[in-house]
Design a protein around this ligand. Sequence first.
Ligand SMILES: [Zn+2]
Ligand SMILES: [Zn+2]
Length: 152
Amino acid sequence: MKTPQLPFLGQCRCGKVRIEVSAAPIMTAACHCTGCQTMSSSAFSLTAMIPSSGFKVTEGKPVIGGLHGPQQQHYFCAYCMTWMFTRIEGVDAFVNVRPSLFDDHSWFVPFVETMTKEKLSWAQTPALYHYEAFPPLEDYEKLMGEFARQME
Ligand SMILES: [Zn+2]
Ligand SMILES: [Zn+2]
């Protein structure tokens, strides 16, 4: 994976909501679950897990959409309805940001892919780790450690 140049600047389709990332991602992923297929209107969603301290909305006011909680808060631009990022209830450490919003996303490659049991039959990503469901909690430390070594 190419070393990303911080900060990452990004925006929704219409540009009314802008975001800035000033901390390196702790992991990247593609999710094949049917919920992500529906919300992305595509085969899978892409995620850069960004430390919360390194993420901010610099312009505009995103609104809650998608499932409207309670476990996950999906944030959208209120005007163009782009799905921008997701916060998980009870997880303050990181925010899941959609990397296709970044002006430069050439560095992005999904490191893990999740929910492959629901994937479209032809859908493939270059992820190194594949999970039929979501990774068990005990795998995260190992995955994040290996991801960090890849980014060095
Ligand atoms: Zn917008
Ligand atoms: Zn998903």
